[in-house]
Design a protein around this ligand. Structure first.
Ligand code: ADP
Length: 266
């Protein structure tokens, strides 16, 4: 998309010259379109819990007014919907914070085994509730990189939480850390953390779009599991800030591997 910019020039000769310049504004239009889509998506995502809340409030004011048992049940559903709105807003704020300082390279020295250990400890209840078997050997994974601890915890929390959520009850989640001296796209050594699950896997057509905001393979399933559709978008932006990459491999019926590749010398 081009926009024409006209400029009147007055050369010394006295002649009147108009200069027409064509400026490519495709990228501006594209950014505008993305912003519009994002606002529409956010509104849509927030409207659905609001609609549920509105409906139940009305029922509580009328039909269920004197039904104690129904009231308790409805209040329970309403509390869940309010929690869902909270999660969406929390994730939106995280995303905007990450984007705001995406250009600033983190400088702290971080031990990844400490980050992964803390993440697993925080997710323990979820891991146990889903009867997931977790394989992780911290002894083999003392790798120090430059990063921001809280953001790295958020990355691994989102990935391990997804592996637990979509890994199917009774499945296995394996976390492996290794180092490669060289890798395409990196100038020095790279630390790779794999989060492997034995879930249903993801059809390959979805893989390129998984880190888009609000993109889900199965919206109903994501909602049921308490997902917001923003987890992997947050992961992508945090990894951008760390000059790191995410690669996803998955096969239907076998499971998925989410690999984080972090440069060792940043
Ligand atoms: P959500 O909050 O919906 O989990 P994410 O951004 O974390 O959002 O993930 C986007 C979508 O990618 C999920 O809705 C799900 O469909 C799919 N997904 C993510 N991780 C996995 C996984 N380990 N196994 C299967 N599907 C996954």
């Amino acid at each position: 998309i081009f926009r024409m910019v006209l400029r009147k020039l007055q050369p010394k000769s006295g002649a009147r010259v108009t200069l027409a310049t064509f400026v490519d504004i495709s990228h501006i239009e594209e950014a505008e379109q993305m912003r519009r889509d994002f606002v529409a998506n956010v509104s849509h995502e927030l409207r659905s819990p609001l609609t549920v809340l509105g409906g139940f409030i009305e029922t509580l004011q009328t039909a269920a007014r004197d039904d104690v048992e129904a009231r308790l049940r409805f209040l329970d559903i309403m509390a869940k919907e309010a929690q869902r709105m909270n999660r969406i807003v929390d994730d939106l704020l995280s995303l905007s914070n990450v984007e705001a300082n995406e250009k600033v390279r983190p400088r702290d020295l971080i031990d990844l085994s400490d980050v992964i250990g803390s993440t697993i400890a925080a997710l323990r209840p979820q891991i146990e509730n889903n009867q997931i078997r977790l394989n992780y050997d911290p002894a083999t994974s003392s790798h120090v990189i430059r990063g921001e601890r809280d953001q790295l915890i958020q990355v691994f929390r989102n990935l391990i939480e997804n592996a637990v959520k979509y890994g199917g009850s009774g499945g296995t989640v394996t976390i492996r850390t290794r180092e490669h001296a060289r890798m395409p796209g990196f100038s020095g050594p790279v630390v790779i953390v794999d989060v492997v699950d034995t879930g249903d896997g993801i059809d390959s057509v979805h893989l390129p779009r998984l880190t888009e905001r609000f993109y889900r393979v199965d919206t109903h399933r994501s909602r049921e599991k308490g997902g917001t559709g923003l987890g992997l978008a947050i992961v992508k932006h945090i990894l951008n800030r760390h000059r790191a990459r995410l690669s996803i491999q998955s096969s239907k019926g076998v499971g998925s591997t989410f690999s984080v590749q972090l440069p060792k010398d940043t």
